[in-house]
Design a protein around this ligand. Sequence first.
Ligand code: 6GU
Length: 295
Amino acid sequence: MRVDVVTIFPEYLEPLRHALLGKAIEQGILDVRVHDLRRFADDQHRSVDARPAGGGPGMVMRPTVWGRALDEIAGGGAEGPGLSSAQPHLDRARHDELNGLDPHRYEEREDDRDASGDARPLLLVPTPTGAPFRQADARAWSNEEHLVFACGRYEGIDERVFLDARRRFRVREVSIGDYVLIGGEAAVLVILEAVVRLVPGVLGNSQSHVDDSFSGGLLEAPSYTKPREWRGLEIPEVLLSGDHEKVDRWRRERSIERTAERRPELLSEALAAGLLDSEEAAAARRHLDEDWGED
Ligand code: 6GU
């Protein structure tokens, strides 16, 4: 999977080279390029923002600068700096030193296409005004050949950038939660980690994300490991019984209970989607009724 990130804070993406994502980079499964937006500025001060049209607080990122950055990436010429994992990097040439680029080198190939046959790369724009990023998106995007992230700062990016970008990208504005961050960089780390762990070959044990919270529409049950008793607290007896059926049933019950308590809206969705058998559905309704009005 090829990933391009455009940001005014390239250093913010350094954590990508560690742990799981670093391993994916080493294995050649993931090729991440980080681009400094300021390289596309055209004035002496490398300014990327200006006062909002119509007045108001803050600054808005300029379309001219973003347009040039996205043109280069859509053209396939943005070689950028590959992030090689766990290596000293601070002494390396800056990623923004791209040269000799042919803006039309990016060939359309059959395997560039998504399931709908659209060959345009996916442009992801982290913003608190975006649609919620969910596990289903992570799953879908883990099949993409090419993801591009546009990190905004300040009060956002000139709206025309997204309209224009639709000619060459499939564009999705996404939010990672109902709170406001200073910029999209932290959200890129979050989204990429969620996506890349689902790319085949990245997580050793492919079963380990089948049971993930959210994949089945419910939160996962609590887990335990040895010792059997710790500070006066015991592992639930059933988990030591060796009876896999009983263990599975117990885990489903705890999942339903926990989801009712913490994310009742998810449990209602799971019910409506028919993800629960009749016994589980009855338990879910009971929990939802009980928890209703409690705080
Ligand atoms: Cl994706 N970006 C920013 N800047 N703020 C956010 C967010 C994203 N999700 C929630 N708040």
